[in-house]
Design a protein around this ligand. Sequence first.
Ligand SMILES: [Zn+2]
Length: 370
Amino acid sequence: MTHALPGYVCPEDETRADVRTAPWCCPVCGGPWDLDFTPDPASPLAPDAGPPSLWRYGGALPLPGAFSVTMSEGRTPLVPLGERIHAKLDFLMPTLSFKDRGAVMLAELARRLGPERVVADSSGNAGTAIAAYCARAGLTCEVFVPEGTSAKKTDQMRAHGAAVRVVPGGREAAALAARAEADLPGVFYASHVFNPYFLHGTKTYVYEVWEELGGRLPDALVLPVGNGTLLLGAALAVRELARRGVRPPQLIAVQAEAVAPLASAFASGAQDAAPVPELPTLAEGIAIPAPPRARQILAAVRASGGTFLTVPEPALRAAQRDLARRGLFVEPTAAACWAAVGPLSPADPLKGRTAVVPLCGAGAKAGLPE
Ligand SMILES: [Zn+2]
C-alpha cells in the first residue's frame, strides 16, 4: 500500500505543490517551502513501542508507512551541566552532528520519490550527513561545496560515494550551482534549508527532550542559529506538543557576534534580516549572512517570548575548552549555546530558569582552535 506524502505549502503566499512534481522552491516568491502537515494530537505518542531510532516518533513524522532508511539515529543522551541546564549530546549521531535528524528524512523521501539524481550543497555537517544517508538509502548524490571546504569533510563525502563538486567562490556560489542543477528534470534537491522534510526530522530533538524530562519541556530551549534548521524544527515540535497540552518553552537563539543578521534584526524589531558581511568566525556552522528562512526564525522566537543572544569569538573558544574539561569535546559552533547561557556568560540570561542546550557537533570534526 502506498501512502500519500504531505505536500508543500509556501508560508508567504500559500502556494501549494505536490511533492512528486514540485520545484525546489515556491515558484511565486522563490522562498523555501513549508509542509502541509500537522500530526493528529489525538494519536498516541508511544516512543517506547517504536524502533530504536527517530522513527519511533513515526506518528508525528510526515513519512507514513514503512521506512527503510535508518542508522539508529536519535535517542541521544541528556546530561546535566550544572543545576538548571541539561546538555543534549547530539554529537553522538552516526555522522557526529544533529544534521542526521534531517538527513535521514530527506534520504527516505528521496528513496520514495526515486529521482534520477540527488544534489545538495553545504560546506559542512549537512553535506556529510546527506552523503552518508544517501549511501544508506542506495542513492548516489552530488554535493556542491565552496572551494576551501575542509578536506576532512570532502574526504568523508567521497568515502560515502558522493560526487563532490568544488565551486569557486563562497557558500552562496555553491548553493547557486546546486540550484541550477536542481532546476533540471529528474533531480531531487536534498536541501537542508529549502526542504521542509528536513525540519520535521530535526523536530525529533524536542520530542526526545520531552520524553527524557518525563513528559515536559524546560523553561527555555537554547539553540544555535545560522539557517535555523534546528530552531525551526524545535518550533514545530513545540507547537505540536502544545496541542497535546505540553507547556511551550521560550526559544533562545544564539548567533556568533561576527555573523549575526538575525540577532540584529530581532534587536531592531524587523520582520526580516538584512544580509551582513561574512566575517570569519570559529562558529562556521552558524555563519550564514543571509538565511532564507529569516522571517520564520524571527517570528518563531518572538512568538515564544524568547530572545537572541550573540557570542564573541573569545567566548566560543573558552566555552569549547570549558566543555572539554567537563568531558565533552564539541566543535566551536556547538559550544556557542554554552558560551551564551553557561557559567562563563557574564549576563546570566537564564535568571534561574531551566534550559536544554544542544551539543550538536563533535570536536573531532574541527579540532581545538588556537
Ligand atoms: Zn511563495
